[in-house]
Design a protein around this ligand. Structure first.
Ligand SMILES: Nc1ncnc2c1ncn2[C@@H]1O[C@H](COP(=O)(O)OP(=O)(O)OP(=O)(O)O)[C@@H](O)[C@H]1O
Ligand SMILES: [Mg+2]
Length: 458
């Protein structure tokens, strides 16, 4: 006992900081435990110490769980989910064709461990010899439904095992209102919440494509991004340029935030070409001196926000306008990142013939889409296999999307903040742009002007 208490004293001395932090987080019961240690020291220190740690850990868990009542609920639902997976495993494997033999000679994929981290219940599984991840993917729908999960993601975990991640709850069912106060970091814009509870951030460097059917919530991604940039607008560090060919229905609600706005195809082309010119002038100025842009009032971050990209690149009647819009967008997307020009474009139809420049948007957001092929077009090959199910997002959840990024091992389900018209108007008034840039007059190329004159005179 003496040896144990000596070892314990040493361990305590080495980890004093950690132990103190732990005890400070759960002070009530920890004080009782400290008193016990004090009274019993050194002979009964060991059991008293165990009691102290157990009591304070229990208190800590309780405090954490009840600080947010949802947390307690999540804990309980997670435990229920774990129990369900364990108790139904044999039956599910049998009915999904993953078991072999029968009766006493029944062989099942081994369920190694089941853990819950809200909103997921994760099961580590060792398949039977001869089974592969593909067998589990083929049976995934049957397994998901039997386990009462809204989603199931299957990933390899080492050479012989698989991780089955069941989504057992939906933290994205609730609408999160857009809130300027949480969104002012220019390195990564916070524009919503992720399924795992973390903030949904998008990078500012890459150009962003937001694809979704009508009513999927493109507007909420558009405005959440504008809100995240808004605190930098009055200082002139960020300039927003809005293009909305639905007559300005979307963009004009928050007009004050924008340095320039184009609501018809000719203005849009003139504005895009002017921005290309500014970008090229800045690139020439930076050549050999600056390799990456830092936004300042003199050299602001120029963000082009386009509400319906296809209206510009595919649905405009005039082929020449389409071509010019496409060229300008291609130039901004391919050369804009380094000198501080960024494009965010929303669209309904992600087909290449509608958006030839699709490949230049390196950050894509897939809201509700029509079918699996559209999901692949937006999020890339293999996205649906790794769990991006844009085509299965219910209509009742606008603003919900899937995103993939280099930091994430699998596509993440997210929901954009929602800003109603009143919030947009208030934000536009509070963070209005210090100057307006007049959209230049649209100029036709000389040969077309000449052709029109000839036609008119005939
Ligand atoms: N993030 C969100 N949270 C909650 N509700 C949302 C969210 N986004 C959108 N909505 C609701 O869904 C409706 C449709 O959204 P929105 O107008 O953004 O769709 P859209 O994709 O832009 O459609 P369209 O292509 O027709 O313009 C909104 O009026 C709003 O009520
Ligand atoms: Mg819209």
């Amino acid at each position: 006992m003496y040896a144990a208490s000596t070892t314990l004293s040493r361990a305590l001395a080495v980890n004093a900081g950690r132990v103190l932090r732990h005890l400070r987080a759960a002070p009530g019961l920890a004080l009782v435990a400290i008193a016990l240690i004090w009274l019993g020291w050194p002979w009964s220190a060991f059991p008293a110490f165990i009691l102290a740690v157990a009591l304070s850990t229990g208190e800590l868990l309780w405090v954490r769980a009840t600080a947010n009542p949802n947390r307690l609920l999540c804990l309980v639902l997670g435990l229920i989910g774990c129990r369900r997976v364990r108790s139904r495993w044999a039956e599910v494997c049998e009915s999904a064709g993953l078991a072999r033999g029968s009766g006493n000679a029944l062989h099942l994929p081994q369920l190694m461990k089941v853990t819950a981290t809200w909103p997921y219940v994760s099961a580590r599984v060792r398949p039977l010899i001869g089974q592969t991840a593909t067998d589990f993917v083929a049976a995934s729908e049957a397994i998901r439904m039997a386990m009462n999960a809204s989603r199931l993601r299957i990933e390899p975990a080492g050479p012989r095992e698989l991780d089955l991640a069941f989504t057992v709850g939906d933290p994205l069912a609730a609408v999160s209102p857009a809130d300027i106060s949480q969104t002012s970091d220019l390195d990564a814009l916070t524009i919503g919440v992720r399924e795992d509870g973390a903030p949904w951030r998008i990078a500012v460097g890459p150009h962003t494509l937001v694809a979704g059917c009508s009513g999927a919530g493109k507007g909420s991604v558009f405005w959440s991004t504008a809100f995240a940039l808004a605190p930098h607008v009055p200082t002139g560090t960020v300039r927003l340029h809005g293009i909305d060919l639905k007559g300005g229905m979307e963009v004009l609600v928050g007009e004050g935030l924008f340095t320039s706005v184009a609501t018809n195809a000719k203005d849009a082309v003139a504005l895009l070409e002017q921005l290309v010119q500014l970008m090229q002038q800045r690139t020439v100025r930076y050549a050999g001196r600056v390799r990456s842009h830092t936004p300042t009032a003199d050299d602001p971050l120029e963000v082009v926000m386009i509400d319906e990209l296809a209206a510009l690149t595919a649905y405009a009647n005039d082929r020449d306008l389409q071509r010019r819009a496409d060229t300008a967008i291609n130039l901004l997307c391919s050369q804009g990142r380094a000198p501080g020009f960024m494009v965010l474009a929303c669209l309904q139809d992600p087909r290449k013939e509608v958006v030839p420049s699709r490949g230049l948007f390196t950050q894509t957001i897939g809201l509700r889409l029509k079918d699996r092929s559209e999901t692949t077009m937006v999020l890339g090959d293999g996205a649906t296999e790794s769990g991006a199910l844009c085509h299965q997002i219910p209509r009742a959840l606008p603003g919900v999307a899937y995103v993939s990024s280099e930091e994430l091992s699998h596509p993440m389900r997210v929901r954009a903040f929602y800003a109603d018209d009143e919030a947009i108007r208030a934000t536009a008034q509070q963070y209005s742009a210090p100057e307006r840039l007049e959209v230049p007059t649209f100029r036709e190329p000389a040969d077309r002007r000449r052709l029109r004159t000839v036609e008119a005179s005939e």
